[in-house]
Design a protein around this ligand. Structure first.
Ligand code: SF4
Ligand code: SF4
Length: 109
């Protein structure tokens, strides 16, 4: 029985096919969050950068107005909780999502 529209593995090119490099930037993985978001308490933060390094969606970026601290991006945060789990000072915790938590909102705000 032939699968219409399916290619045989023998005819596929080796490796993956990236038809549009950089397209993941448009994926709103923040859509996956369900009612809560991570919030940083800067009083507890020791600026170690683990949240920045370990977030799988690169939601944290250096705060240009406060050296060593990070900004959080709601557009990409899927709410996995890795940053909360990995923060050595328990400086990040869940908070109920608010209407004003939009793209680019600062952590600790
Ligand atoms: S992991 Fe915690 S202590 Fe380290 S920079 Fe992020 S918020 Fe601050
Ligand atoms: S909850 Fe997950 S996706 Fe969101 S900022 Fe933390 S590590 Fe990144």
């Amino acid at each position: 029985m032939a699968d219409e529209g399916m290619q045989s593995w023998k005819t596929l090119a080796l490796g993956c096919a990236m038809t549009e490099p950089g397209s993941s930037k448009r994926f709103n993985t923040g859509d996956w969050r369900s009612g809560r978001r991570p919030v940083t308490d800067r009083e507890k933060c020791i600026k170690c950068g683990k949240c920045y390094i370990l977030c799988p969606d690169m939601c944290y970026s250096p705060d240009p107005e406060a050296e060593g601290y990070y900004l959080w991006d709601s557009f990409y945060c899927k709410g996995c909780g890795i940053c909360i789990h990995e923060c050595p000072k328990d400086a990040i915790s869940w908070q109920d999502e608010k209407e004003e938590d939009t793209h680019g909102a600062a952590c600790g705000s």
